[in-house]
Design a protein around this ligand. Structure first.
Ligand code: 5GP
Length: 196
C-alpha cells in the first residue's frame, strides 16, 4: 500500500511505501545484491547463446520461483529460443514435503529439441531429478540444467548442472522470485530469511 501516488510534479508529495517488503523484519542478510544478479545473468545468457547457436533451444522454466530469472535470462540470450513452463509443488513453508507433483505440464512437445531447464534453486535435488525424469520420457535431443542458485551442502541426489549462477549456504533464502509461503518473491535481491 502506498501513502500517496506521486504525480511526478514538483508539488507532488513524496511517495512513501507504508508496507515495504525490503524492511520486513524476517528479511536478513543480502546474499546476492541486484547488481551481481544482473552481471552474472548476462554472462550466463551469453554462454547459452554461444553453446546453443544453431540449435532449436527450448528454455523450460519451473513456476513460479524461476520467473524473474527466466525473464532476465531471456533478455540476455541473443539466439532464437522458445519458452515453456512447468508447474510443480514440493515445498510447504521452509521444508520440502518430499512429494513432487506436476501441477501444469508443458504446452508444446520437446521431441528432438535441445532443452534447458531453468530453475531458481537446487537444494536436495529431488525436484530436479523428478522433472528431468519427466522430460526425458518426451524424447528431447538433450536436457541440461541452468540454475540461479545452488545449495550443494543439502544435496541428496546429484545431477550435472550446466550453468550455475551462485552457490549459497545451506540457509532458507528468499527474493528475486523465491518465496516463503508466497511472500518475498518481489524482493529485487536474494536474502536469507531469518528464523521466526
Ligand atoms: P529440492 O527438491 O532441490 O530440495 O528443492 C527445489 C525447490 O525447492 C526449488 O525449486 C525451490 O522452489 C524450493 N527451495 C529449495 N530451497 C529453497 C530456499 O532456500 N528458498 C526458497 N524460497 N525455496 C527453496
Amino acid at each position: 500500500m502506498t501513502a500517496a501516488h506521486g504525480a511526478g510534479g514538483p508539488e507532488a508529495p513524496e511517495t512513501v511505501a507504508v508496507s515495504d517488503i525490503t524492511r520486513d523484519p524476517l528479511v536478513g542478510q543480502v546474499l546476492v545484491p541486484e547488481r551481481e544478479l544482473r552481471t552474472r545473468i548476462r554472462e550466463i545468457g551469453e554462454a547459452i547463446s554461444v553453446d546453443y547457436a544453431e540449435k532449436p533451444l527450448v528454455l523450460i522454466g519451473i513456476l513460479r520461483g524461476s520467473v524473474m530469472f527466466m525473464a532476465d535470462l531471456l533478455r540476455s540470450v541473443s539466439i532464437p529460443v522458445s519458452v515453456d513452463f512447468l508447474a510443480i509443488s514440493s515445498y510447504v513453508g521452509r521444508d520440502s514435503s518430499g512429494v513432487v507433483r506436476l501441477l501444469k505440464d508443458l504446452d508444446h512437445p520437446i521431441a528432438g529439441k535441445d532443452v534447458l531447464l531453468v530453475e531458481d534453486i537446487i537444494d536436495t535435488g529431488l525436484t530436479l531429478s523428478y522433472v528431468l525424469r519427466v522430460l526425458r520420457t518426451r524424447g528431447p535431443e538433450s536436457v541440461s540444467v541452468c540454475t540461479l542458485l545452488n545449495k550443494p551442502r543439502s544435496r541428496l541426489i546429484d545431477q550435472p548442472l550446466k550453468y550455475v549462477g551462485f552457490e549459497v549456504p545451506d540457509e532458507f533464502v528468499v527474493g528475486y522470485g523465491l518465496d516463503f509461503n508466497q511472500r518475498y518473491r518481489n524482493l529485487p535481491y536474494i536474502a536469507v530469511l531469518k528464523p521466526e
